[in-house]
Design a protein around this ligand. Structure first.
Ligand code: FES
Length: 145
């Protein structure tokens, strides 16, 4: 039911790990399945993402989509990274089964949350980026689920 690319990224996920003192970090979760994803970004002075790492406590599709999403944003500017939507990630993986589409949304949201964190810290605006609703890293206390 999974494509070869999904299996490849699931079995050999790229960019797993953490970045110390990241330029931006975002943690998001899906209430229904309970899966959690965290993305770390290292962004240089020209707003280019020079490194990215992720940690995912979740299903195989979540691991594969995080892995592919990190590959897609690496080397891009923060603005270009906005084009890495869940749709783009799914296409790059040659598709996901319909019940697993929400897993790819987690990857998009985690990247947006990390970009938001970076933008906040540096007082910049990234076009099309709004405050992530599900960034659970800073809202542990007032969860509204
Ligand atoms: Fe929750 Fe995949 S089942 S992210």
């Amino acid at each position: 039911m999974y494509t070869e690319k999904v299996m490849d990224h699931f079995e050999h996920p790229r960019n797993v790990g953490e970045i110390e003192n990241p330029s931006g970090m975002g943690t998001v979760g899906n209430v229904k399945c309970g899966d959690i994803m965290r993305i770390y970004l290292d962004i240089d002075d020209n707003q280019v993402i020079r490194d990215v790492k992720f940690k995912t406590f979740g299903c195989g599709a979540a691991v594969a989509t995080s892995s592919m999403a990190t590959e897609l944003v690496k080397g891009k500017t923060v603005q270009e990274a906005m084009a890495v939507t869940n749709q783009a990630v799914m296409e790059a993986l040659d598709g996901l089964p319909p019940v697993k589409v929400h897993c790819s949304l987690l990857a998009e949201e985690a990247i947006h949350a990390a970009l938001w964190d970076y933008a906040q810290k540096n007082g910049i605006q990234i076009e099309g980026l709004s405050q992530p609703k599900s960034d659970i890293s800073e809202h542990d206390e007032d969860e509204e689920y």
